[in-house]
Write a protein that binds this ligand. Sequence first.
Ligand code: ARG
Length: 469
Amino acid sequence: MTPNDKPEAAPQKRMWGGRFAEDTDKLVEAFNASIDVDQKMALQDIQGSIAHATMLAEQQILAQDEAAQIIDGLESIRQDILAGRFEWKVELEDVHMNIERALTERIGAVGGKLHTARSRNDQVATDFRLWLREATNDLIELLKTARAVFVDLAETHLGVIMPGYTHLQVAQPILFSHHMLAYYEMFTRDQERFDDSLKRTNVSPLGAGALAGTGFPIDRHRSAELLHFSHAARNSLDAVSDRDFALEFLANASITMAHLSRLSEELILWSSQEFGFVTLPDSHTTGSSIMPQKKNPDVSELIRGKTGRVYGNLMSLLTVMKGLPLAYNKDMQEDKEGVFDSAETLTVSLRLTASMLPKITVHAERAKHAAGRAFSNATDLADYLARKGLPFREAHEVTGKLVTLCLQEGKDLQDLPLNQMQAVSDLIDEDVYAALALEQVVSARSSYGGTAQAQVEAQIAEARAALAG
Ligand code: ARG
């Protein structure tokens, strides 16, 4: 039997099967299919199709009753999907063709009119943008919640002094609240980045067709409006080949994960026996199968670890896109899995962080003790000498000598008797001890954005206003 002898009457199971004589190889079918991944966009696909059908009817490209039948059919499919009784078929390749085939099975040949003036290329880009718009909005809400958690912590533990580090060596004492507000700033920037990328996500590719537009008198502005997009993409080629919005999302997610990972690392350190600044809640830690005493910070470790896959998703899509000629290429089907994965990973990481942090116990005495060690007030001694007129470089040198003396004698700077200090610099007086006291060291740093309590309180007030506004 030659290809031409094939029984023409048999219904084509493939929606693009018209010109094909031979069946698709099974492995090719599985390789080509994206239904496992893109069925996540089923509701967006229906939403997009309803808008498209509505516009087609308004433009009299479809008859009113045809559009009504299509929309009814799509609604019934939506109910089945929501109820979990819709059957996805791998031989129908992707979410778009699964739904379109189901529509035609339900309402007959008129279902085939839905794809008028549309291609899967603009359809998939529309669905993906609708999905990502929702995911981005959800993440923005979660970031807002996380930001509020940091402000709450800053307020609850106001006055707690801890060591500030550089190179993970004790540097200068800071307020625990100041440290929490640093994270508030990081997550505020993250939220702003998502707010911003949302503007470029919220653009409608629908009606761009396969790549060049369509000869039907469609109204792309109307379908954009029906889907609450801010406007229709101006260039049809760009509309179907652009995945910048997905890349931006992945980049934003990566930066946010970097912040969550740094926070996780600090919680892991702080809850270790060596630091002992915080105790993590039982609800967010786990035990060991062999060591009965253990309480492990698994949640923080997993957030830190999963940051790797979120970075990977960004690298993966950047690489997919880099060599593609315009417009659509099948390579782009690889765009969704990483985005879905990053969105899910970031969502759960933010949720867990926001639920764990309010339950941590802060060990103020222990943190304060650590803050007062390792010459964390050495800068203040140098500043003291500089205030008495010594050039700061010389003050630095003098203080360094006193630190060496302390190291030899196993003392802290504030424990040196005055005569020993004066032997190194006659600028030093009795008032040096007040300058070296831990509370004074913190409250001295009253420059804008500094760690003095008045500055931190001002930052809390500003953050509260920003969160309320
Ligand atoms: N499943 C495809 C994707 O996710 C839909 C678009 C297919 N377009 C095409 N010309 N084969 O990219």
